[in-house]
Every structure is written in C-alpha cells, then in structure tokens.
Write a protein that binds this ligand. Structure first.
Ligand code: BGC
Length: 889
C-alpha cells in the first residue's frame, strides 16, 4: 500500500507526456509506449561494502606521507581530521599542532573564492561552457586556484557538474557547465587540472543526481534537516533522484569520471537521495561507482548538513562531515566527531575505515605540498563566514587581512566573458556596431547594481540583485563578492564617447516605466536612436541559488516595447541558462546575444562583442526551445500535494527521460527549437570539408576493454585513443574569427537497452582562423567515447554495428557525415563514405529523424536487477537506504 502511494505521488509529479514523431511517449510512467518506467525498479540502491581503501595509485609519494602522518594520530585526532568544526572558513578542519598540521580551510565556490575581500569574480561555469574553450577553462582554473591559495584556502569547493542540467528549470545549472556530459566532462576536467596546478585542492560537486533544489534537504520533524526545518511532524525525506544504471554512467557519472581522471582531490556528496538512499550514505554511488569503479583516491566530503548518520555514512564511503555540527554553527552535536571515536571504541566502525578516511584526506594535502609554506588564512574572511569566533575550538593560522589576490585576472575575466557570449541573431549586418552617434540603452540589466556587490541568496527573500542592476553572476553559495563591476551602461558610454564625444547615449532602466509608457517621453528624446540596446536578466524560480529559466519575467515585454519604436533593437541577455525568446522573430529585433554570466567585467566583455573588438565565437551549451513548457519532459519534482505530504518517502524524481535530456530529447522527438545546442553566429563565415576517420594503432578491437587494474578515472583502457576524425575548417569571410567544429556520433542502439540518443557530442575544438585560412582539426575518440554502458555486462561495450560520424557547426548544422565500424576493422583507416539517411544533415528547426525504438521493451531496470562483479553480498548490517539509520548516534 505504502509503495503504491509513493508511486502515485511520483506519477502525480511526473504527469507530463511528450509524444514523439513515431507516436511513442516518454515521461508518462507505465502507460508510456516507449520504454516503460517501473518505479519499483528504482526505489532502492544496492549495498556495496566494504568501502574500498585508497592505495595511493598515481599519488604514491603523497600517500606514503599521508600514511606516515596518520600512523601517528590518536583516535581523537583522527576523529578531528574527519569532522568539520567552527572556524574562519566555510568549512574547517582543526589543527593538530603537535604534528605541525595547521588544519584545513575549505572555501566556496565554483567561480570565485566567495567569502573574501580583494578577490576576483570570474565568469560562471555556464559561460565557460558557452566558450567551448578548453584553454580558457584551464586558465580560469589556474587563476581561481591562485586566488584560493593566496587567501589560505586549502580546498576550493568547485567546480560543479551536478546539477548537470537535466531540467531546464534547475536553479543551479549555471554553476555547472552544460547538460551535455561530454562538454561538461572536458571543461570540468580542465578546470580541475588548472586549479590543482596552482596548488589548491579542487572539489567536484555535487555527487550525484543533484538536479533540483526543491526539497533537496529533508523537511519537517523536530530536527528536519539541519537548516531550519523545525516544524513538528514526520521528517519528510529529501527528494530521491531515481536514475537507471545506463543513464547514470553515460550522463550523470560521465563528467565525474573526467574529474577523477584529471586528479580531483575531493568530491562533495549531495543533499538528495539517489534511488532511495542519501547521497552521503549511498554505498553504491560512493563505494561502488566513485571509489571502486572510478578508482577515486581522494576524499568524499558531505555537502553542508547532508550527513544523516555517523558510522553508517562512513561505511558507505563518506570521509569527511561538513560543516561538522548538526546545527551548522556549533561543533556539537555532530554525527561524526565524538561519535566516530565512540563507534570505533564500541566496534561499530572498523579503525581501518577511519584510517582510510584520514589517509584519503591527507594525501592530496601532501601531494600539493600544502604542508610547506602554505599562505595563512586571510584574517578578513572569518568575519564574512557564519561561525561566531566564540564557537572556535581550535587555533587557526590567520595572516594579514585583505590580501589582494586579484593580480591581472581581470584580463582573463574580460576575455572569457566575451568568449562565452553567443550571437544568436544578426540581420542587416547590425553587428558589429560601427560608430553610431545616437545610442539607446534599455532594461534593468544595463545599469550599475543598486543593492550591493554580493548576491547572497534568494532574490525573493532578500531582494538581492534582482531589480536594478546588471546580473554578472548568480547568487547563493556559487556566487562571489565583487570588488567592482563594470555595468554595461557605463562601458557603452565610455565606448561611444571614445569615438564621438558629442554622441547621444540615452537610456531608461526601469522596466515598469518602459512597459507602461514606452521609450519616448521622459526616457529618451523622441527620435529612434541608431541602435537600441536592450539588456535583460532572467533569474529562475527554482531553488535558492537561482539563475536559470525565469518563468514569469517581464523582459519580453520590455523588448517588444522598445522594438515597437526602434527598428534596430539589439537584445543582450544575462541569465543562468535556458531562456525562451518569444521576440526572436520580431523583425525589429535585429540582433540577439546570450551573454550568460560573465563575471565582474560584464560591461567590457559585451562592449568588446558589440563593437567587434572580439568576434563572437561562443556556442550554446544547451538548447533554447520555443516555449517554456517544451522543457517539461524533465520537470522539477514539486506539487501542492507534495508540499503538504505526511509521507516521508513521497518526494520521488523519476528520471524517466533517461539519456534523452536537452538536445537528445529535441532530436529524438524531432522537435523544432528556437536555437539548437552548439549554435552560435560569428562576424565571419566558415566552411567544413569532408570528415575522414582513422584508426589509431592496429589490431582487432574488442567489444569490452581489457581487464586492467583500476586507476583514477576507471579502467585505463577506457581512455585509450582508438580513432581520430579529421575535418578541414576554413574561414570564408572577410574578418578573422574563431569557431567550434563539433563532432557528434550516432552510436548504435544496443539490443535490450534503453533508447540511444540520435547523436551525442564526442569532440570539439576552438579554432581561430584568418580570412581565407584553413586548418585541419582532429578529434580523438577514446574507447569510452564509442562505447555504451551495458547494464547486463556492467561494462563499457562497443556496439557491433556501424557508428555514424556527424561533424558540423552545431547539433543541427551538420556539414559532413561518414561511418565506421570498430568491431569489423582490424587496422588502417576507416571508411570515408557518406552515411545513410539517418545521419544526413538537417537544418535548424527541423531535427534529425530518430531510430524507431524497439516497442514494448521494459527497460533495463535499476541497480538491483543486475548485480555486477563488485556487488558485496553480505549486507546485513549496512543500511543502504534512508530511514532509521539516520538517527543520531
Ligand atoms: C551548497 C554547497 C556549498 C556549501 C557550503 C551548500 O548549501 O550546496 O555547494 O559548497 O553549502 O557553502
């Protein structure tokens, strides 16, 4: 009975049905004609015990140092090392002075050292994704790493690949990169490599399935979830992201595999449950996927108050509890701390597990040489974080206050802000602007910020940054404290007056005023300016860390009003992700730029694009659909009934769309979109020659990778390069510019597996070309790139039929196609022959035909159905689900 109630609740919140071109449906539960989603298959997560011990693989010197250090610790000191404590940073580990260990300082976040003075605020991950530029991603990582280090932070709590961006409505998608796992994986990995090269530990977060903010934590009950939640009644558990095994591997886990391969030091487990079991107590995801399958050698820390038990969480793979105290600000009570000592003493927690936790925590510290000459914690940060000094239990090594760590990083910020700006529309040669002498500027996103340079959190609650002022980055823990911002209006004035001191720059920045009274009258002199620049910002209605799709924004009305009077209206959006642009086809809207979240140099970055100092080369890292509800195939789980539920297990988010998120959905269902994934214009034009495929190495390729010792990143054979695909790209226009040739693969549909997307991104390069110049671009394909996750074999397998190669300038602007068949080839080059119809080029708005799914197939089921070689069967005392074990110890 309880189960059917849960199921009914799940159905209620996933009621949207999308009909595909072939009549199949998806997202409608058991009545779907497509792969039937049987909720019961995904309600539980298998127990994977014991937690794999780190062996220091790849980090052997540091591992030995860590082992030597840990061997000297008392039990109490070990407990201290794994438990957060009040201190100057957002997360703190207390010092062990007798061994010369000064403790650890952990600081947010993914685009800046958040709580700090005199630090830079970089473009958000979303802007990095829109740049499609590995080099800039890496350099941003280096620059950010230097700033964390300069402030004495040992661990930077970023970058983000969870959320991946399953739902267009997701409130924190902008902190990460792209809903495409390959694009995210590449840029996630480069960011990590950059940060670690600067000597700071990076932390890949939030692991895993953290795809919505709504009910991310438990609510209700006398102690409902640590942060607030002191409402009487049953504890309503956090939302459960229910994910099938193949989708887990090919979508959500994929970028984390890159992170581990790139040497990430830490992983932050997430607030949500995954298949019924909390992210920080899920032995399948932590022990099984992360530590065993991916060979992760660093440590897992909890998200802040995502720990729900002591030794059971440790046994499930959690290595560090943050912020330590259940109440956040005091050291105790804690699920860890004294309970760890007690659990070892009473035999509940093996000392070997605790030793492994400690070694995992200390290995990255020694690997990066943080034991010698590490800068002290900036004395100004303590006042910005939330722990009262009176709650500190340990001494923290604080140095001078207000150390300026910004260096020349503003240059990269300006460059990357422009590189992450996507030109969506440009008719009548509107852009680049020449020397307009009468410029109008409109919209509340154009002027300076009126209520402070720090976007603390929820705009509805705090009214921070939402009304007047540009939106350079999102809010909450993913934000940064700006030392200045360059507002678009000021940057435009400087630019215009630099070439014409007598020019007019007139403006109106009050959206209500514009919509009510139009642009003429009090706002500007009644002659249409040569160009009207409209600046819009959108902020999501989901979650507390907002900035994605704004459902009820007034920006569209502002554009329509301006465009009604101004035949040359250019729209610039600052937003955290998906938008719909209902004005896109208005003929008076002559250009549109998606400028994402470019950081503190926002105004300069956009002026560089508008006046052509920088030729736009950004590409959409997501799809802009026609209508808001086009994204509803992967909606946020929420409902009035859920908000009132008394069923602890009611919050269920079934990822029924499986692999078909973002463009994979729109392609599969052949839906018209406004601007497709990978799309973006330039001030020049490019062409692409035919694709050629070459085998790297020789010999027969096996379907499965050879059995190898697992290394960080998983089976090393998965990273073997098996093929290259080359295309030649030419600049056919009259100005220099950069573009992003993109490689998609049409992977075969395996028998008895869920739908394979029509095509998936598997290569991209940013190339800069002078007019008339050509360059050959070569994409490398690894074994993983051409494999699918076989849920029965529990292995990456190369399919037996041919693989379609589709190269072009966007997901729907395919310029050249071919095929190759890995399992048939023994050596030499692959074929260069044109591919059959399914891979033919299709233009934007029409989509590619999708393969017909095998009807009636019931799906491969959840983890429980396919016990793999790593399943440990004696699970008696190891709870893998939410519930009673979460009780305080
Ligand atoms: C966020 C994390 C963040 C932590 C510390 C949590 O609420 O989800 O991303 O690192 O707080 O501020």
């Amino acid at each position: 009975m309880a189960n059917s109630l849960h199921f009914a609740a799940a159905l209620l919140v996933a009621a949207t049905t999308v009909t595909g071109q072939n009549g199949s449906t998806i997202g409608s539960g058991p009545s779907a004609a497509g792969p039937t989603w049987n909720h019961a298959d995904f309600e539980s997560s298998p127990p994977i015990y014991p937690s794999p011990n780190a062996t220091g693989l790849g980090w052997s010197d540091a591992f030995q140092q860590a082992s030597a250090f840990v061997s000297q610790l008392t039990l109490e000191e070990k407990a201290r090392l794994v438990t957060g404590t009040p201190g100057p940073c957002v997360g703190n580990i207390g010092a062990i002075e007798r061994l010369g260990f000064n403790g650890l300082c952990l600081q947010d976040g993914p685009l800046a050292i958040r709580e700090a003075t005199y630090a830079s605020v970089f473009p958000a991950g979303l802007s990095v994704a829109a740049s499609w530029d590995r080099d800039l991603a890496r350099q941003r990582g280096v620059d950010m790493g230097q700033e964390f280090r300069g402030k004495g932070a040992h661990v930077a709590l970023g970058p983000v690949a969870g959320p991946l961006g399953r739902s267009g409505y997701g409130g924190r998608n902008w902190e990460g990169f792209s809903p495409d796992p390959f694009l995210t994986g590449e840029l996630f990995g480069m960011t990590i490599e950059g940060m670690e090269s600067a000597g700071v530990q990076s932390c890949a977060k939030h692991f895993i399935g953290n795809e919505q903010e709504t009910q991310r934590n438990p609510s209700g009950g006398p102690n409902g979830g640590g942060v607030g939640g002191a409402v009487e009644g049953p504890i309503i558990q956090a939302v459960s992201s229910n994910i099938d095994d193949r989708t887990m591997h090919e979508a959500y886990l994929w970028p984390f595999q890159n992170a581990v391969h790139s040497g990430v030091s830490a992983v932050m487990c997430s607030y949500n449950r995954i298949n019924g079991s909390y992210g920080c107590q899920n032995s399948k995801t932590l022990n099984g996927l992360l530590k065993d399958e991916l060979g992760f050698q660093g440590f897992v820390m909890s998200d802040w108050a995502a720990t729900h038990s002591g030794w059971p969480a440790a046994e499930a793979g959690l290595d560090m509890d943050m912020p330590g105290g259940i109440s956040f600000v005091t050291a105790s009570p804690s699920f860890f701390g004294g309970n760890i000592t007690a659990s070892v003493n009473n035999g509940s927690l093996p000392i070997e597990r605790l030793d492994d936790m400690c070694r995992r925590i200390m290995t990255p510290y020694f690997r990066l040489g943080q034991n010698t000459n590490y800068p002290p914690i900036d004395a100004a940060v303590g006042g910005l974080n939330f722990f009262p000094v009176t709650n500190y239990l340990y001494n923290f090594t604080e140095g001078p206050a207000n150390v300026d760590v910004r260096d020349d990083h503003a240059e990269l910020i300006r460059e990357l802000g422009a590189a992450g700006t996507v030109l969506l529309k440009n008719i009548n040669n509107t852009l680049p602007l020449k020397t307009p002498a009468n410029v109008g500027v409109f919209g509340n996103d154009a002027p300076d910020i009126s209520i402070g340079l720090y976007f603390g959190g929820d705009p509805d609650v705090l009214n921070v940054g939402y009304d007047q002022g540009v939106l350079p980055v999102g809010g909450g823990s993913g934000t940064g404290r700006m030392t200045y911002v360059v507002p678009p209006l000021e940057a435009i004035k400087s630019k215009v007056f630099s070439y014409n001191s007598k020019a007019l720059v007139q403006y109106g920045t009050n959206n209500t005023e514009i919509i009510s009274n139009g642009i003429f009258g009090p706002l500007i002199y009644p002659t249409p300016p040569d160009v009207c620049l409209v600046f819009l910002k959108t902020w999501s209605t989901e979650g507390y860390d907002r900035s994605s799709l704004e459902v009820d924004w007034d920006g569209s009305a502002v554009v329509e009003t301006v465009a009604a009077s101004c035949p040359n209206t250019v729209v610039v959006t600052h937003s955290g992700g998906l938008n719909v642009l209902p004005f896109a086809n208005n003929p008076n809207v002559t250009a549109i730029l998606a400028a994402h979240l470019p950081g503190q140099e926002v105004g300069n970055s956009i002026v560089d694009i508008l006046w052509g100092a920088v030729n736009p080369s950004g590409k959409l890292p997501y799809t802009i659909a026609l209508n808001e509800n086009d994204y509803s195939f992967a909606d946020i789980t929420n409902s009035t009934a859920l908000l009132k539920t008394t069923d602890p297990n009611a919050w269920q988010s079934d990822f029924e769309e499986r692999l078909l998120i973002d463009y994979r959905h729109f392609d599969y269902f052949n839906e018209t979109v406004q601007y497709e994934f990978g799309y973006g214009l330039s001030y020049t034009t490019f062409s692409m020659g035919s694709a050629s495929v070459a085998r790297v190495g020789s010999g027969t390729i096996s379907a499965a990778p050879a059995n190898n010792t697992i290394a960080p990143g998983g089976n090393p054979a998965l990273w073997d390069m098996l093929y290259t695909v080359s295309v030649s790209v030419s600049n056919t226009g009259s100005v220099a510019g950069a573009t992003v040739p993109q490689l998609y693969l049409g992977l075969p549909q395996p028998a008895n597996e869920d739908y394979t997307p029509v095509k998936v991104l598997r290569g991209f390069e940013k190339v800069t070309l002078q007019p008339g110049e050509s360059q050959t671009v070569t994409f490398s394909l690894t074994r993983r790139d051409i494999s699918y996750w076989d849920t029965f074999a529990q292995q990456w397998i190369i399919g037996s039929s041919s693989i379609g190669v589709l190269a072009g300038f966007s997901s729907r602007d395919i310029q050249t196609t071919t095929t190759f068949t890995p399992l048939a080839s023994s050596s030499g080059s692959g074929s260069g022959s044109p591919s059959p119809a399914p891979y033919s080029s299709s233009s934007r708005g029409s989509g590619s035909p999708s393969p017909t799914p095998s009807s009636g197939y019931g799906g491969a089921g959840g983890y429980d159905d396919h016990a793999g070689p790593w399943h440990w069967s004696s699970s008696e005392n190891h709870p893998s689900h939410w519930g009673p074990p979460a009780a305080k110890q």
